[in-house]
Design a protein around this ligand. Structure first.
Ligand SMILES: CCCCC/C=C\C/C=C\C/C=C\C/C=C\C/C=C\C=C\C(=O)SCCNC(=O)CCNC(=O)[C@H](O)C(C)(C)COP(=O)(O)OP(=O)(O)OC[C@H]1O[C@@H](n2cnc3c(N)ncnc32)[C@H](O)[C@@H]1OP(=O)(O)O
Ligand SMILES: Cc1cc2nc3c(=O)[nH]c(=O)nc-3n(C[C@H](O)[C@H](O)[C@H](O)COP(=O)(O)OP(=O)(O)OC[C@H]3O[C@@H](n4cnc5c(N)ncnc54)[C@H](O)[C@@H]3O)c2cc1C
Length: 627
């Protein structure tokens, strides 16, 4: 029934102040106000419609994305939106586009690695979108191993230029988003060669296309790499291929904050770690962690609302069947994901703080916290994206058959999100970086160096203090176990940041109690999942393990009446969720029925192709039957 809130009874059960929880989720009253205003702006504007996205052929889909990106930019300017509001608007438009890479990587790369002079030249152009940029690092043959990139930038002292060249097929740039069809410029990563000497990988600003007619400049071959997983989803993005044939750029287009090449061709390394060349990736990994909670909470919101609407079995005396959310099995799959969404929100906030702190220290030439920042961003990016991708798929299964329909919103959400496990660093490769950091820490504990920050706990573990180990010895052989240790370390960070959040003053009736319950579900469900490890290492007795499981079940019961309100606190509009199963009013069945009839296949009663391919078969059967 239209206008009826089918979830009203569920909402009445809430034992906490939902409006106050919305503020906790948004981070502040101000953030909530901006989110409300901008999400409504997008939802109310038919130009941002997206319910047809999974049905459009690629070319139409891509053109539509270009239209939306241009329209979004027009609105941002007309309404004089601030940078914060503009990025919220792109978030609520909810369509991956070349602009993600322009704002998310091209500009940060110039800001992080360009000199003041380079920033003064390039940033105003980029901010006004008079040039559009991408981040061209990965190659056909090299992704994870950045030091293995093959593209060369050879200094020519006669002309004061670099010659950018792709020497082999495997050196072709491959994957950069926005590169395929739109970008006019790319921050391109290439090996710096001076006088025959290889100085390793550096960033260069290279113009790719004419600003007049958009054609590739001489020596540039560029295009899209083709369709990716899923309908709609990441196919709104023009991930591209790019080859350079001795393309010349002025010397001052090498990003020279970290190291410089002089007019005479002298290579000068600033007094900063070379890893700062990887700074843009650290920035984006931190953003991806913050984003994981958004994707996971969307899926959880859909699955929770639908689980309250859906009924199966258990009818008593002809009464209604049981809501599937009341089954303990459903709760044991759904509520840990709900708890994870909140946990990732808080660890994302903390990581943002850590990143800002590291950047401030770098300004003051203090590089001491860089290794920890790298380990935290790499590890948490890996953990949160893996859990989120698996969690979206679990939510699809929690919605039974209807979860498989595109109108549930879940297939596209999964397809658009799952590459997050690969981009900005393959999740296993990143965990190996964390493992290396942990092993290095262990090797230093023996020398009396006290670990601080997120690894301080290691200094309190007795047998680690006795440990005398070399970082590399046995590393490769034990790498699968070390990856597990790295995940456990990252989980510890997530749990401790959740607990720290609870130690803050959290206003709103019942809000803190709900968060305490969710925090308990988060760590107890982990403990339950890994109880074998805890028992094997005698950190838990079987009795304690059983008690922990009892406590977990009790927390599921505590959260159950609040489940709908806890997902309402994410404050997602129906437009943003784009899911019939996750509708705010729970009016699922009539809307599913209605949507089916809107499918293009139902535009005619007799489908295209019937007369060519079906009718002849039927005729043949009639003929055979008569015989
Ligand atoms: C639809 C979803 C949208 C999501 C939106 C999300 C967020 C939105 C907001 C903003 C983002 C905007 C856009 C992004 C959106 C979507 C993504 C789209 C694009 C994706 C882009 C990319 O994928 S870009 C390419 C990314 N590539 C990688 O990540 C490569 C991974 N590889 C590496 O990083 C390195 O090769 C390495 C770390 C694995 C190894 O490096 P190497 O130099 O060989 O190092 P060693 O292992 O020998 O280590 C040497 C020492 O250096 C330390 N170290 C390594 N890395 C760093 C670092 N980054 N910082 C600091 N220190 C580092 C390492 O620890 C070693 O130290 P020690 O010697 O002391 O041990
Ligand atoms: C949607 C999408 C968007 C992207 N956007 C961009 C972009 O804008 N710009 C850009 O430059 N790049 C981009 N990329 C590329 C991306 O960064 C790389 O794909 C990513 O870094 C992984 O590298 P790879 O593809 O070389 O994987 P590989 O390293 O080849 O991984 C293959 C397998 O090998 C394993 N493996 C690799 N090395 C090791 C090791 N040392 N030990 C153990 N196992 C290992 C991995 O775990 C994985 O299972 C994008 C990729 C995708 C999918």
């Amino acid at each position: 029934m239209e206008g009826v809130d089918h979830l009203a009874d569920e909402r009445k059960k809430a034992e906490f102040n939902v409006e106050a929880m919305k503020i906790v989720w948004a981070g502040s009253q101000h953030n909530l106000e901006v989110s409300n205003r901008i999400s409504k702006l997008v939802a109310d504007d038919p130009a941002f419609r997206k319910d047809d996205r999974t049905m459009l052929p690629r070319k139409e889909l891509f053109k539509n994305t270009l239209r939306k990106a241009a329209y979004a930019w027009k609105r941002i300017n007309e309404l004089r939106l601030s940078e914060e509001e503009a990025s919220k608007l792109r978030f609520y438009v909810d369509e991956t586009a070349y602009t993600d890479l322009h704002w998310g990587m091209f500009i940060p790369a110039i800001k992080g690695q360009g000199t003041d002079e380079q920033q003064r030249k390039w940033l105003p152009l980029a901010y006004k979108m008079q040039i559009i940029g991408c981040y061209a690092q990965t190659e056909l043959g090299h992704g994870s191993n950045v030091q293995g990139l093959e593209t060369t930038a050879t200094f020519d002292p006669h002309t004061d230029e670099f010659v950018i060249h792709s020497p082999t097929l495997t050196s072709s740039k491959w994957w950069p988003g926005g590169l395929g069809k739109v970008s006019t410029h790319a921050v391109t990563y290439a090996r710096l060669i001076i006088d025959g000497k290889d100085h390793g990988v550096h960033g260069f600003i290279v113009q790719l296309r004419s600003l007049e007619d958009h054609r590739p400049l001489p020596g540039i071959t560029v295009g899209d790499i083709g369709m990716k997983f899923g309908n709609g989803a990441y196919n709104t993005m023009d991930n591209g291929v790019l080859r350079f044939d001795h393309v010349r750029i002025p010397r001052n287009q090498m990003l020279m904050k970290v190291s410089q090449v002089t007019r005479e061709g002298k290579y000068k390394q600033s007094d900063v770690p070379r890893q700062l060349v990887y700074g843009t990736m650290v920035y984006v990994r931190q953003r991806i962690v913050a984003d994981a909670s958004c994707y996971l909470s969307r899926a959880v919101c859909i699955a929770t609302r639908y689980s309250a609407v859906r009924r199966q079995f258990g009818s008593q005396n002809g009464g209604p069947e049981t809501q599937v959310i009341d089954y303990k099995t459903q709760q044991s799959r759904l509520f840990p994901l709900l708890a994870s969404a909140y946990a990732f929100r808080f660890v994302g906030e903390w990581l943002e703080w850590l990143y800002t702190d590291v950047m401030q220290r770098l300004q003051a030439n203090d590089f001491s916290t860089l290794p920890e920042a790298h380990a935290c961003t790499a590890g948490l990016k890996s953990l949160t994206t893996s859990v989120t991708a698996d969690g979206i798929e679990e939510c699809r299964k929690l919605c039974g058959g209807h979860g498989y329909l595109c109108t549930s919103g879940l297939p596209e959400l999964f397809a658009v999100y799952v590459p997050a496990c690969t981009y900005e660093g393959d999740n296993i490769v990143l965990l190996l970086q964390v493992a290396r950091f942990l092993m290095k820490t262990v090797s230093q504990i023996g020398t009396g160096k006290q670990p601080v920050g997120t690894i301080a706990y290691m200094g309190r573990i007795e047998h680690l203090m006795q440990c005398r180990c070399n970082v590399q010895r046995g590393f490769a052989e034990l790498s699968a176990d070390l990856v597990e240790a790295a995940v456990a370390h990252c989980q510890l960070i997530v749990v401790s940041k959740f607990i720290e959040k609870l130690q803050q003053d959290i206003p709103g009736e019942g809000v803190k109690q709900q968060l305490e319950a969710l925090c308990g579900i988060y760590y107890l469900s982990l403990l339950h999942k890994h109880q074998g490890d805890f028992l094997a290492t005698s950190y838990l007795t079987p009795k304690q393990s059983a008690l922990a499981n009892d406590q977990l079940r009790a927390l599921y019961s505590k959260v159950r009446p609040n489940a709908i309100a806890l997902v309402d606190a994410f404050n997602y509009s129906d437009h943003f969720l784009s899911s019939i199963l996750g509708r705010y009013d729970g009016n699922v069945y009539p809307k599913l029925y209605e949507a089916a009839w809107k499918d293009p296949l139902n535009e005619s009663v007799v489908p295209d192709g019937y007369h060519e391919y079906v009718r002849p078969l039927l005729k043949q059967q009639l003929h055979t039957a008569r015989l």
